[in-house]
Design a protein around this ligand. Structure first.
Ligand code: HEM
Ligand code: SF4
Length: 562
């Protein structure tokens, strides 16, 4: 993985010194809160409902065991013993004291980490496939390009005060695991007929109150032009994005207003000045960065069936089936450690679990870990022969729930328990649904399904692209939930459709139950929930869900998260 050079160390250190002085001035009231807000946001520090929240960048979701141990240390020393992994492959701490933030940043810097580009109207931390570099279906490793973009965008003077935040995702595999269609820029690495590497360039995707899928603005951009073309897109956005209205300030609104053709024309016009200029990538520059992402020293092994020696162990077979993914090197596998155990808020990990996964990474996976945008963790390079051993260890620490991609692998934002923008709570709804459908046989029967929950229309919980999406809404001061179905991320991205009037929190598990009943009744053999929902449309689901009164059940988990 990438290691900081002299410049990286220097800018991070200088940034912390500057921030420490800003915090001191705020604490002595030399700076007002209003003056301080943009300064703290540039360093990942938000104010939430109860306390400050610090968001730390995990560039493209890749981290070392030493960095994970530092996360555990921060959770223990400065927070309440846990952290929250997010849909943008970062980590958040929910209970931070302002006074301590400069020291936290210093601790992070000691392991080459920081909180730059995790908030504010800049180009945010770039995300990618959690199996980048190892996925069996990968065409080209996206990580060197993600790192090149990271270096280019960090403190880019022209783009630190954009009309709004800006999110970039890159995918280099056949399956899109980076949800590129819902990003401001979504890049897919491809080869053209001549075998040259380049990008299919999408722009203008996003969620929030106006969900829009990205549009392809160039089918093939040779890789050398990545920075100049991105710069051209950024310039068009920076000049014409709606600064007058923050709800209309994202690039998706500009692209929609101009139309794809006109937007593309303006980008190409801008690019004409930049093309082949000094930011054009050379092979040498690519190689400088790519050297950090060379394959590990893999042993020469044969592929084997990990379950074969444990044929009588159904629990292990379930885990292999759901949580173990194919690797491009024979004899290896990528393992997902589930952070979605029933009773635990999605994405939360305790300091003990973080230390433990760091140990697992050292022992089984070349000391590296990944964070997924579905809020789980990955050991990307595990020998197949060690899977059983690893499973037993992970299981003992509550990290082997065999539910990846299933109903209880819920994406949820922090919602009303933490976030001051929330209309409603997300976590108790996730807990109640997980509790009701905890039965693994049932979940395995239902199969692949994305259930996503956001506490407000900002859509941090990706509800628009959930096969079942749940959105917290405010009705006369109380918390209600609107349900949509048929949303999808990845290769066939789609925005879900609302089924009808909203429900109370207590009704939500039953509503999900009824949606699943319709699916079970109507599905073709092997058809996923999302495909049934898209094939049939909302009508049969709506009809059944609203047919009879929905009893209000107990909201399991409410006490737990209060
Ligand atoms: C203090 C807590 C948070 C605040 C105040 C916050 C605020 C926001 C706002 C205002 C938006 C909408 C932006 C727009 O459309 O212009 C947004 C979008 C988003 N946030 Fe958050 N957020 C918070 C926590 C989180 C967390 C914990 C996650 C991940 C689990 C997250 C991931 C996202 C994503 C994926 C989007 C939508 C994608 C997009 O269109 O940008 N946020 N957030
Ligand atoms: S979706 Fe709304 S409630 Fe949830 S974290 Fe984002 S801003 Fe907060």
């Amino acid at each position: 993985m990438y290691r900081y050079d002299h410049y990286d160390h220097l800018i991070v250190r200088e940034r912390i010194a500057q921030y420490r002085s800003q915090v001191e001035r705020r604490l002595s009231d030399e700076l007002t809160e209003e003056e301080f807000i943009p300064l703290r946001l540039q360093n990942g520090l938000y104010m939430q409902r109860h306390a400050y929240m610090l968001r730390v960048a995990v560039p493209y979701g890749l981290l070392s065991s030493a960095q994970m141990r530092m996360f555990a240390h921060i959770a223990r020393k400065y927070d309440r013993g846990y952290g929250h992994f997010t849909t943008r492959q970062n980590i958040q701490y929910n209970w931070i004291e302002l006074e301590q933030t400069p020291s936290i940043l210093e601790d992070l810097a000691s392991v080459e980490m920081h909180a730059i580009q995790t908030s504010g109207n800049c180009i945010r931390n770039i995300t990618t496939d959690e199996f980048a570099g190892v996925a069996a279906d990968e065409l080209i490793d996206p990580r060197p390009f993600a790192e090149i973009l990271r270096q280019w965008s960090t403190f880019h003077p022209e783009f630190i005060a954009l009309p709004r935040k800006f999110k970039v995702a890159i995918n280099g595999a056949i399956e899109d695991r980076a949800a590129i269609a819902i990003h401001d820029i979504g890049l897919t690495l491809v080869r053209n007929d001549a075998g040259e590497v380049g990008f299919k360039f999408m722009a203008g995707g996003g969620m929030g109150r106006t969900p829009i899928l990205g549009s392809v603005i160039r089918d093939f951009l040779p890789w050398r032009h990545l920075l100049t073309y991105t710069e051209a897109v950024m310039r068009v956005y920076n000049q014409h994005g709606r600064r007058d209205n923050k709800y209309k300030a994202r690039i998706k609104i500009l692209l929609k207003a101009l139309g794809v053709e006109e937007f593309t024309r303006q980008v190409e016009e801008e690019w004409a000045d930049l093309k082949d200029g000094p930011e054009t990538l050379s092979q040498e520059e690519f190689d400088r960065v790519a050297q950090w992402f060379q394959p590990h020293g893999y042993a020469t092994l044969e592929d084997s069936d990990p379950s074969a020696a444990h044929a009588d162990n159904r629990a292990f077979a379930n885990w292999v089936n759901r949580n173990v993914k194919p690797h491009k090197v024979p004899g290896y596998a990528a393992v997902l450690l589930s952070l979605k155990k029933t009773g635990v808020p999605p994405g939360d990990a305790t300091a003990e679990q973080m230390d433990f996964v760091a140990e697992l990474a050292d022992e089984y996976s070349f000391g590296e870990l990944r964070v997924t945008h579905e809020q789980n963790l990955v050991l990307a390079d595990v020998e197949q022969s060690k899977l059983f051993e690893l499973w037993q260890l992970a299981k003992a620490k509550g990290l082997a729930t065999p539910n990846i991609g299933l109903l209880t692998d819920i994406i949820a934002c922090p919602g009303g328990d933490f976030c001051s923008l929330a209309n409603a709570k997300s976590l108790p709804i996730a807990a109640a649904i997980a509790e009701r459908f905890d039965n693994l046989d049932f979940q395995h029967d239902i199969g692949d399904i994305e259930l996503n929950i956001s506490g407000c229309i900002n859509a941090c919980g990706h509800h628009h692209v959930g096969a079942i999406g749940i959105l917290g809404v405010d009705k006369d001061g109380s918390e209600w939930y609107q349900v949509s179905i048929g949303g999808s991320q990845g290769n066939n991205a789609a925005i879900g459709k609302i089924i009808g009037p909203s429900f109370s929190a207590q009704q939500m598990p039953e509503v999900v139950g009824r949606l699943l009943e319709v699916y079970v009744r109507e599905r073709f053999e092997g058809e996923r929930f999302v495909d049934t929902a898209q094939r049939l449309g909302v009508a049969p689901f709506k009809e059944y869900v609203y047919a009879t009164p929905i009893a209000a059940g107990a909201l399991v988990g409410e006490d737990h998260y209060a």
